[in-house]
Structures are given as C-alpha cells and as structure tokens.
Design a protein around this ligand. Structure first.
Ligand code: PMP
Length: 322
C-alpha cells in the first residue's frame, strides 16, 4: 500500500478523526511486582515509554507551527526515542532522520529503518556528537528537532500525562512515598516526580544509574549494560532540576541483568536491562527507608532488542552445546 492509498483509506474510515496505532499509547497497566508498583511502559506501541514523548512533542510542535507537512523530524537517539519518533513520523507522514552514535547496536537502527526512517551515524559511541549534529540540523528550515535531553516539553509530558496516569491507577487513598527510575534524559524522573510531589510533598525522588558509570554521583563515564540510561553525560534536564532529586542509587550491571531475567522468568515481564536496574534500586530504597511503603517504578522497554545480547546465553540448558 502506498502512502497515498493509506491516506485515502484513513479518510474513508473517518476523515480527520481516524484511529491509528498512536491511540494505543498510554493507559499501560500498573502492577505490583514483589510489593513495588511497576508501570508497564514497555507495552506502548514501538515498545517503550518514549512513545508518549514522541506523540506529545510532534503534536505540540504541530500546534505551535514548528512542524508542517513535508518537514523532517531529526533527533539524536541510540534507541527508544529514535524508534518511537520514527513510528509517529510514519503515521503522520513526516520524514524522520535519526542521528546515532556509530558503533551502537544495529538492531535499533534497523527498527527505525523498518519504520521508514533514515539513520545517520556520526561520531563513535559519543552521544554528544550525535546531539550536536541533530540540534544543528534542527535549526534549518524544514527540520524540527525535539531536543529530548534539554527541552522542558519532555518534563511537561511526564508531569501532565504519565505522572497523573500512575496516580490515578494506585488503589484509592494511596499516594507514592517514592519514585525510583533511571536517568536517560531525566524527563521521566523529573516530570513524574513533580506530579507525585503535588500529591505527596514528602515523596522521595530517587535517580538510578549504573555503578560502572556513576556519572551523576561520581563523575565517572564507562561502558555499562544498562542501555537507555546513563548516556555518558549529565543531561540538561537533570542538571536544571537536580535539587528536586532526593537520592541517587547506583546498581551494578550484573545485578540489573539478573533482576531483568528474574522479571521474565518469574513474573512473565520480558523487559530490558533498565527495568532490572529499577527493580534492584527500588528494593534497596525499601530496605534503606522502612517508612517508605508505596514505591513506584517503571519498566521502560521490552526485552526483544536484548535477546542475543543479554538473554540468549541464559536460556541455553547446561550441556546443550551438542
Ligand atoms: N529506560 C530505557 C530503556 C530508556 O530508553 C530510557 C530513555 N532513554 C529511560 C529508561 C530513561 O528515561 P528518561 O529519558 O525519561 O530519563
């Protein structure tokens, strides 16, 4: 089917108010996992929490006249945001350019390409070079760059959509005592944190980062397996709002991966490494602060992209080499 015939079909089935895959974004379940409330964001279309951000920024940019038919959306991302924006661009008929650091997983680039996006590799493992390139392109006519690591729109999406949604799903009378989540852009931590703080001024806002690359706590940058968080710099959003964060917990890569596999095996939650890290950190917060009872965390992306890297070896039965 060509884009023109897809658009014709959309018109036939409801004109402007056509239903699309984007209607499936949000409304994800909030479930208790080992006594911790987990928001299952990996169930969003395109497989991650970033579907919300992508839908929100594109919609807002359209309304504010920053994005017009025929334009190109450009964003620096090594993963989920690139995939989510590629999906939204496909549905809405924009061109999409994902700027990725060279050397990152080919799977993610392939997913964006499957949604029809162009992928441009710059630098080598350095997200900052990709960021600069995307920002610079975004200033040109016909381009729009959401600047996910810097833009307050990211915070506003989380404060006005994801945060209130979680609050509405907690059992009647319960308010969160703690929010525990990793920092990629910091948008989830800060925005959902602000929504929670409005419901409970004493809420504990806890950032999670890998022990191997504890950039926020100790300024270190190193390789680590928790893709999606700790990209090797302190993002502008986090820096601007760091006084809203009560504590930073670091989690060892191996502990996060072990918890990730436990989530699939014991709870049927097939998720990525950051979700494992979030669970480990949430348990540590519970242990360190007995007064903190209602803890909320997020399982941000699904496990499929990590199959060969982090699941395959585990699933081989002992002695199955023959
Ligand atoms: N986990 C995963 C898997 C992610 O892709 C991201 C976003 N990069 C996060 C957690 C953190 O989200 P945020 O960008 O809002 O800090």
């Amino acid at each position: 089917m060509t884009r023109a015939s897809a658009e014709a079909e959309h018109r036939r089935f409801g004109g402007e108010h056509t239903r699309t895959i984007l209607d499936g974004i949000g409304g994800t379940p909030l479930v208790p996992v080992d006594g911790i409330w987990a928001k299952l964001e990996f169930l969003n279309p395109s497989g991650s929490v970033k579907a919300r951000l992508a839908a929100y920024v594109v919609d807002r940019a359209e309304r504010e006249g920053l994005l017009r038919p025929g334009d190109t959306i450009v964003e620096a991302s090594s993963g989920n945001t690139g995939n989510a924006l590629s999906m939204v661009a496909a549905v809405k008929g924009y061109r999409m350019l994902v700027v990725m650091p060279a050397g990152m997983s080919t799977e993610r680039a392939a997913i964006s390409r499957a949604y029809g996006a162009q992928v441009w590799e710059v630098g080598h493992f350095h997200v900052t070079e990709a960021l600069e390139a995307a920002k610079e392109l975004g200033r040109r006519p016909g381009y729009f760059c959401p600047e996910q690591f810097a833009s307050e729109w990211n915070v506003e999406e989380n404060r006005s959509w994801l945060g209130p949604e979680i609050l509405s799903q907690l059992p009647l009378g319960l308010v969160p005592d703690a929010l525990v989540t990793g920092v990629g852009t910091g948008g989830t931590l800060v925005g959902v944190g602000q929504a929670f703080r409005a419901a409970n001024p004493d809420v504990r806002i806890v950032a999670v980062e890998p022990d191997e690359s504890c950039t926020i706590r100790c300024g270190e940058i190193a390789e680590h397996p928790l893709e999606g968080i700790a990209d090797g710099f302190v993002p502008e959003i986090y820096a601007r709002h760091s006084d809203e964060v009560d504590e930073v917990v670091s989690v060892e890569g191996w502990a996060a991966l072990e918890a990730m596999r436990e989530l699939a095996r014991i709870h049927g939650l097939f998720v990525g490494p950051s979700s494992g890290a979030h669970l480990v950190a949430a348990r540590r917060v519970r242990q360190a602060h007995p007064d903190v009872r209602t803890i909320v965390t997020l399982f941000c992306d699904e496990g499929e992209k990590y199959l060969s890297e982090h699941y395959a070896a585990e699933s081989a039965a002992p002695g199955a080499a023959t």
